[in-house]
Design a protein around this ligand. Structure first.
Ligand SMILES: Cc1cc2nc3c(=O)[nH]c(=O)nc-3n(C[C@H](O)[C@H](O)[C@H](O)COP(=O)(O)O)c2cc1C
Length: 129
């Protein structure tokens, strides 16, 4: 199973609840699970599921004008889902964010210093919010 984590910048007027509604519907159909986190400035999303399903969902997501400047933080094969069974769980500022961030920290352990620095600044923004 493929697990993909990316970060992006939120475009103006991106409606999170509309994104989540579509995501949950499609992801349930496609066997994809994961998390979508937003602090209003950036999105951080983890997608897990069958390789082809995740690749084609990411291809759709990548072209979505509601965000831009996507950077893949981690792309790896996993034996089991690490982000739980949610069709797309939502993490907002202040809501069990620490547990989520601890998981993503683990994911990032083998990524480049650049990627970790990007993520660290995301976390700092979240804590400051
Ligand atoms: C930050 C962000 C996260 C998204 N996550 C998902 C997702 O997990 N699954 C999904 O199918 N679409 C997701 N989308 C929406 C897709 O970009 C696209 O609009 C949607 O898949 C099209 O589905 P439809 O053809 O059923 O309307 C996301 C969009 C954004 C901006």
């Amino acid at each position: 199973m493929l697990q993909l984590v990316y970060i992006s910048s939120v475009a103006q007027r991106a409606d999170l609840s509309a994104i989540l509604a579509t995501s949950r519907l499609n992801n349930r159909r496609d066997g994809i699970t994961g998390l979508l986190y937003s602090d209003g400035v950036r999105f951080l999303q983890a997608l897990e599921g069958p390789r082809e399903a995740v690749e084609s969902a990411y291809e759709r997501i990548r072209q979505d004008p509601r965000h831009h400047a996507l950077v893949i933080l981690s792309r790896r094969e996993v034996d089991a889902r690490e982000f739980g069974e949610w069709a797309m769980a939502e993490r907002r500022v202040g809501e069990e964010g620490d547990q989520f961030c601890a998981r993503v920290d683990q994911l990032l352990a083998n990524t480049s210093a650049n990627v970790r620095a990007t993520f660290d600044s995301f976390i700092k923004l979240r804590r400051a919010a």
